[in-house]
Design a protein around this ligand. Structure first.
Ligand code: ATP
Length: 261
């Protein structure tokens, strides 16, 4: 509370990335990526195949070490922290492929997701938010449909109360009607106040949920702006655009880059 009794909002970005370089073996995949996500807002990461979107999420979550640059979570520098320390600091990473334990039951998965194996109220809260899991508690997670597995994976965010959730390809392989359900769950999660970084193949769905958009191409930011801005232009121009140091990634596409579109 402030001195006058008013609620003081945390003005720090939930997540701030600056000058990020990372990659595999001898190859850098990300070249100076930057991103700032406000508390409670959703950033969509878009771009062509191989642009570095998954690599960016892996680097944010600490599964891939960064080679240069910085990652701050609510103002706390986590650049050198391992995935466990990042999770403890408030990061929840939902990987591509859902990240559930296929050989364990839904109930066991939920117990494992809960910090310190907490149960009781936490489980009741998840089942209240995701009622579909009620009748699946005794089922082995590997036998669930793709949509049910994705909902189980996203349930982790209700259990850990994170300040930032990263989600990779949430709708991959799901039927459109199931994607609708999964996006309803994301909308519910954003109401909890967590910031989200979302890699998503369906651009229109991503824009409908997101506040801001970052387009990556070949490991560089080629567009950064609001979802409204992104919705008013042909984003695909930026999928093929090259930017160098000092270029403004939000600037209109002209010249050679446009001829690729
Ligand atoms: P997609 O939309 O196809 O999933 P993406 O934007 O998520 O692509 P990444 O998966 O981050 O892209 O891949 C970026 C680059 O890094 C690609 O050239 C890819 O071949 C390479 N890459 C990804 N994972 C590895 C790995 N484990 N070892 C070596 N190179 C990798």
């Amino acid at each position: 509370m402030g001195r006058g009794g008013e609620t003081v909002r945390d003005q720090r970005p939930a997540l701030e990335i600056d000058g990020l370089h990372s990659g595999y073996v001898a190859n850098d995949v990300l070249h100076g990526v930057w991103l700032s996500v406000a508390p409670g807002s959703v950033a969509a990461i878009l771009g062509p195949n191989g642009a570095g979107k998954t690599t960016l999420l892996r680097t944010i979550s600490g599964f891939l070490p960064l080679r240069a640059g910085s990652v701050h979570l609510r103002g706390i520098k986590l650049s050198a922290a391992d995935p466990v320390a990042r999770a403890q600091a408030g990061l929840c990473a939902i990987p591509e492929g859902r990240g559930v334990f296929g050989g364990l039951t839904v109930r066991e998965n939920l117990r494992l997701f809960a910090p310190g194996g907490r149960r009781g109220g936490d489980l009741a809260r998840v089942l209240d938010r995701v009622p579909r899991l009620n009748r699946l508690l005794g089922r082995t997670a590997g036998t669930l449909s793709g949509g049910e597995q994705q909902m189980l994976a996203l349930s982790r965010a209700y259990l850990t109360n994170p300040s930032v959730i990263t989600i990779d390809e949430v709708s991959l392989g799901l039927a459109p009607i199931v994607v609708d359900e999964v996006f309803e769950m994301l909308t519910d999660l954003r109401r909890s106040g967590a910031a989200m970084v979302l890699v998503e193949q369906y651009v229109q769905r991503a824009l409908a949920l997101a506040d801001s958009v970052c387009v990556l191409n070949r490991g560089r930011v080629t567009f950064a702006g609001s979802a409204a801005q992104a919705g008013s232009i042909d984003l695909h121009d930026h999928y093929f655009r090259q930017v160098g140091p000092g270029d403004d990634p939000a600037a209109p596409v002209t010249g050679e880059a446009q001829s690729h579109a």
